[in-house]
Design a protein around this ligand. Structure first.
Ligand SMILES: [Zn+2]
Length: 304
């Protein structure tokens, strides 16, 4: 396709993808997956459907053979539109107004999905002709609620394994990022023995136990962070990436410094986010809980 055709076809495709609601939850992607399969089929590409949970199919197409293997990935599901009456244009209209496409998922990420569909269609014939190297297209389900029957299952099954991947997820305008962290959320629960507040010696205070556990957990994370050694090849990438982050953060009014950035990227974050416990001021609490949010760097798992 020449540039002009691409410029017409991609927005068109984005609109059509938006018109197929795939709101998650529940994450129903049967219609949009069917559309993508037909779209690929009309262009002469075979595709495969992998469905790990009913009504949440993934679509995979692959061309070429051998290494290197490049994966193109995008998710088909979108977050809920909220109160539809507050949308200027209906969320599943895919309406194009003055050069902008409106609708749920226009950015995240039916726009990106349309682009990787097009990239696959454009590159696949070249790769087949070249005779070496593999290109995999993957439109996946359930990203917005964890991706377990989507990317995760496909990686586990060896379907999405390659040398490099381009995920067309929007992460800010025209930037690439490194240092995406893994999420680990846990609940700490402390149990004690109830007693009247006038005689705390008879009880075992769950809140006090939890507080001690939180400070100990923080100490452990700090200790762990001091011991993290990032590989030198990653350090260089972090340094290069820092400039981009800093620029973006300035633009957004965040005002991060270089050392803030290094602390964020190179370490495990520790955020006690929610705390609950106790039932009455004059009772020794027998229950307290903490919801703790930690973000891991990939490398920090490995050195543990
Ligand atoms: Zn997304």
């Amino acid at each position: 396709m020449n540039e002009r055709d691409l410029r017409d076809n991609i927005p068109n495709l984005v609109s059509r993808l938006i018109q197929m609601p795939s709101v998650n939850p529940p994450g129903y992607t049967v219609n949009i997956a069917g559309f993508i399969r037909d779209w690929l089929g009309d262009l002469g590409f075979r595709s495969e459907v992998r469905e790990y949970i009913k009504d949440k199919p993934n679509v995979i197409a692959r061309v070429g053979k051998g290494k290197p293997v490049l994966i193109l990935n995008g998710h088909m599901d979108v977050v809920p539109p909220g109160d539809e009456s507050r949308w200027v244009y209906p969320p599943f209209s895919g309406k194009v107004v003055e050069g902008r496409i409106y609708g749920r998922g226009a950015t995240d990420m039916k726009g990106g999905l349309a682009v990787i569909m097009t990239v696959f269609a454009e590159l696949a014939p070249l790769i087949e002709r070249q005779g070496s190297g593999t290109l995999i297209f993957s439109a996946t389900a359930d990203e917005e609620t964890g991706g377990h029957p989507g990317v995760e299952a496909l990686v586990r099954d060896g379907v999405l394994v390659g040398d490099a991947a381009i995920v067309a997820e929007p992460s800010g305008g025209f930037r690439y990022y490194i240092g995406e962290k893994g999420l680990c959320q846990v609940k700490l629960v402390a149990r004690g023995r109830p007693a009247h507040g006038s005689l705390p010696v008879l009880g075992d205070n769950a809140i006090m136990k939890l507080i001690r556990a939180i400070s100990r957990a923080e100490e452990l994370i700090n200790e762990f962070n001091r011991g993290i050694k990032l590989p030198s090849e990653l350090m260089e990438a972090i340094k290069n990436s820092a400039e981009v982050y800093l620029e973006v953060s300035r633009g957004s009014g965040l005002n991060l410094t270089l050392s803030d950035f290094e602390r964020v990227v190179g370490t495990v974050s520790f955020n006690p986010g929610v705390i609950r416990g106790g039932s009455k001021i004059n009772m020794v609490p027998d229950y307290a809980e903490l919801e703790l949010d930690m973000r891991f760097h990939r490398e920090s798992h490995r050195t543990r």
